[in-house]
Design a protein around this ligand. Structure first.
Ligand SMILES: [Zn+2]
Length: 568
């Protein structure tokens, strides 16, 4: 990869800024405008101009170090350069060929650890080792990469595997000297946790992973997560200092994975992998939980499916499944990144790639661009607010996703009120809890101030403590009568509502949605903050918009394909 020196960079960026090629961050900083708009079309990897245009790309989330050529190719597109904490072993090795070993993670026996999903990768005969983000050698590598990316003219920086060392906790690492010293500094009386953990491992089967059962492991986990979040904050600051203004930061935080919210304050957006359950050969609602978690911390989420999902889509040729994922993303107020070139992974095949048919995907993204005014500026309406302690989610994510999936299945829209813990700094607020339909299904695992707020709110009454009770009592703002399942996701702004309707019946034989007729939608206009309305518009990717009458809140949609917006 060609690197620019400082002078070349200045020349390129001045010329490019003058010609309007490089979108600059406003002087007031990236927060002056949302880093990601609801109608953005986000590319994961770089493409050529023709492909960008075909999809209507507006953002590149995981680009390389920009070059004059790639910036020119991506003109008008907000370019995030990607820096990886786990995937860049070859480059790290080349940077420090003599001393790279200083920066490796170590298990309790002092051995380095392979990255489990890169076991098929080697560089000059050296396996892709997991590197430690608490080690100065590796930290300096990552810092250099951030500086290089910003100096080359990137609009933003994407961090892949943002948890660094904390992402490897499940493997029973890292016990390098730095990690052990750092823990001793915050955990009195444990000057050598490695020795303690080693004793434990030897007494409990002798496997490196057995240390995750050590009684002190929860404290170790908090320490490692805080260290990781601290490093992300440092990188955020470094990017801004390098640029001379705030630089938007994204990260691959798959929010359905435990603890990936630990550093949310260091980022402006998540652009991340989310399991879409492709192997179930149906459309599951669980990705919506990831989108709602992003809402809970006020960040946009540009999703992609997991490597396993893409491997399934490739092996079974099911681009129609992907179309449902795209519709759900935008309907939720977030997005699925344009699937023009996707990383696939299975333990058997290792890394491979999927280049799907753009004629199946691009029209949906062009539809989004053409109707950006029905997407931007709207916020999701929630029929029910659910208090979710982060500690409880980490303990049992499946229990929570099952609860949210039940609500979705009943077309009850929900908002997650995330209550933080020692890893995620996110206190509840009194105003959040003032909402009418509030579910507190699990009041344990709350930090004392949140616990107090919730108890006060419960004393005032009207709080559901059981999901069945809530589901019986809550009357959704939008109710659907259809031959098969349609998910309703209303989004509102003052004086207007856009109700997204997403067909959720996937026909595996046809690899697509089952078309529906006479879908009856009953809308509670006042709940959505609207006055009376006599008509609305049905806007879909398949056919021109039509005007439909509303009679006593009832709209009948004559035909429905994959997805449409009812604009009131
Ligand atoms: Zn370490």
């Amino acid at each position: 990869m060609k690197k620019l020196n400082r002078r070349e960079f200045v020349a390129v960026s001045v010329a490019a800024a003058g010609s309007g090629l490089v979108p600059r961050v406003a002087a007031a900083g990236p927060r002056a405008e949302p880093v990601l708009r609801r109608s953005d079309v986000v590319f994961m990897y770089q493409a050529d101009r023709k492909v960008y245009d075909e999809y209507g790309a507006t953002v590149l989330a995981w680009g390389g170090v920009p070059t004059p050529r790639t910036l020119q190719e991506a003109r008008g597109i907000r370019f995030f350069g990607s820096v990886g904490m786990v995937t860049e072993f070859a480059r790290y090795y080349e940077r420090f060929p003599q001393t790279y070993e200083e920066g490796l993670c170590r298990d309790v026996f002092g051995k380095p650890v392979k990255v489990p999903w890169l076991t098929d990768m080697q560089h000059k005969g050296v396996p892709f080792w997991w590197c430690c983000t608490n080690q100065p050698r590796f930290r300096s590598y990552v810092r250099e990469r951030v500086v290089e990316t910003v100096k080359a003219g990137a609009y933003g920086v994407h961090i892949d595997d943002h948890m660094g060392t904390a992402g490897s906790l499940w493997l029973g690492v890292c016990f390098c000297d730095r990690c052990v010293e750092g823990f001793a500094a915050v955990q009195a009386g444990h000057a050598d946790f490695r020795a303690e953990a080693l004793k434990w491992a030897q007494a409990h089967g002798g496997k490196a992973e057995s240390v995750t059962q050590h009684p002190l492991w929860p404290q170790w986990t908090i320490y490692q997560c805080r260290a990781a979040a601290g490093f992300m904050m440092e990188l955020r600051k470094l990017a801004a200092e390098t640029a001379g203004h705030p630089v938007p930061i994204g990260e691959n935080a798959g929010l359905l994975w435990p603890r990936h919210l630990s550093d949310y304050k260091a980022v402006d957006l998540f652009s991340a992998e989310t399991d879409h359950g492709a192997d179930k050969r149906q459309w599951i609602d669980t990705p919506l939980v990831a989108y709602r978690l992003a809402d809970a911390v006020g960040r946009p989420y540009a999703a992609t499916a997991s490597g396993g999902d893409w491997a399934f889509v490739k092996a079974n040729n099911t681009p129609g499944l992907v179309r449902g994922w795209i519709a759900l993303g935008y309907a939720a107020g977030h997005c699925l990144m344009a699937p023009h070139h996707q990383w696939c992974y299975t333990p058997e095949k290792g890394t491979h790639w999927y280049d799907g048919p753009s004629e199946k995907f691009a029209p949906l993204y062009r539809f989004v661009r053409a109707n950006s005014n029905f997407l931007d500026g709207y916020e999701s309406h929630a029929d029910l607010s659910v208090v979710m302690p982060h500690a409880s989610f980490v303990q049992n994510p499946a229990r929570w996703t099952a609860l949210f999936d039940r609500l979705s299945a009943a077309n009850i829209t929900y908002r997650i009120l995330l209550a933080g813990d020692e890893i995620v700094d996110h206190p509840l607020s009194e105003s959040q809890l003032r909402t009418a339909n509030l579910l507190v299904a699990n009041a344990t695992d709350l930090l004392p101030p949140d616990s107090k707020l919730v108890a006060e709110r419960q004393r005032r009454g009207g709080v559901f403590t059981d999901v069945d009770e809530a589901m019986r009592a809550v009357r959704p703002a939008v109710r659907i009568e259809a031959p098969s399942r349609v998910l309703a996701l209303p989004r509102v702004k003052p004086g207007s509502a856009v109700i997204h309707l997403v067909n959720r019946t996937y026909d595996a034989k046809a690899d697509g949605e089952t078309p529906l007729h006479d879908v009856k939608v009953t809308v509670d206009l006042s709940t959505l903050g609207l006055k009376r309305a006599g008509t609305c518009r049905w806007v879909t990717p398949d056919s021109p918009a039509v005007e439909l009458p509303i009679a006593d809140g009832l709209v009948t949609i004559p035909t429905m394909g994959l997805w449409g917006m009812l604009v009131v």
